[in-house]
Design a binder for this molecule. Sequence first.
Ligand code: FAD
Length: 253
Amino acid sequence: MSVRAEQYAAEVIVREQLSPHLVRVVLDVPTFASTGIPDEWVGLVVPGQFQSRYYTVRSYEDGRLTLDVVVHETGLVTEWAARTEIVGETVTITEPKGSFELPPGAGWLMLVGDLTALPAMARIATETDLPVRIWAEVPDVDELTDYLPASAEVTWLAGTGNGLAATVEGLDWSEGEGYFWMAGESAQMRAIRKHLMRERRLSSHAYDVMGYWRASAGRRPRAVDPGPIYRAGKAAGLSDEEIWENYDRAVER
Ligand SMILES: Cc1cc2nc3c(=O)[nH]c(=O)nc-3n(C[C@H](O)[C@H](O)[C@H](O)COP(=O)(O)OP(=O)(O)OC[C@H]3O[C@@H](n4cnc5c(N)ncnc54)[C@H](O)[C@@H]3O)c2cc1C
């Protein structure tokens, strides 16, 4: 039996600059098998590299897989995606994994994130019938106003993700049972998990908080596949919050 995870070779068929900070990359992957989980992600290996970075499947339709890549200062993928001539190049995609798990009885969704979380928040909001409130912290609040579905109530906040913990601490929480989903810079996410556990006393099934990237002073953080950690955590009966804490620790090691 092969234990090797499925990988797909994918050709870049479209590159579109959605905003100064976000580049859309559409890949031709006819045999891709989506999990259907709305925050699913894949590993992306760009030409000339061996290490992968993780990106949300913004959509998969008619064999075309769309990723929206944040263009920041330096990095393997960001520097690749910033080049206008990537159309026609072949990249590698790993099999998708997802973490969003709506508890039975949830009557609303609250989604919070920075630019890296926008693709997942857009897909989650598009694919649910529940009322959705979104808080999105982006470098320029006028830049991506059409990106999120009109059905969601959206609050745009200016910043690079460092204000998210303070935002969540000040939120006016929806009444009744719901689901809180959040992703962004890891230190902010750690602070929020503590807040949700200690102050809001939420059940671990009522939220999902994921560190998507780590701000580093000089040292390049490790890219760690969330997939195996997530699967091992689930198999061990850990809550999502414990699993994502294990993930944060692995990234920092
Ligand atoms: C499950 C999951 C889903 C994700 N989905 C998306 C997505 O849809 N779109 C997306 O753009 N990202 C997404 N990310 C985040 C993305 O994987 C990281 O931002 C990744 O580090 C980018 O790789 P890179 O090669 O550009 O930079 P790296 O080589 O990893 O890092 C180089 C330097 O850039 C810094 N850095 C990394 N990311 C950022 C950033 N966003 N802003 C500012 N500085 C940064 C690092 O601290 C480091 O110093 C996701 C991450 C996870 C775990």
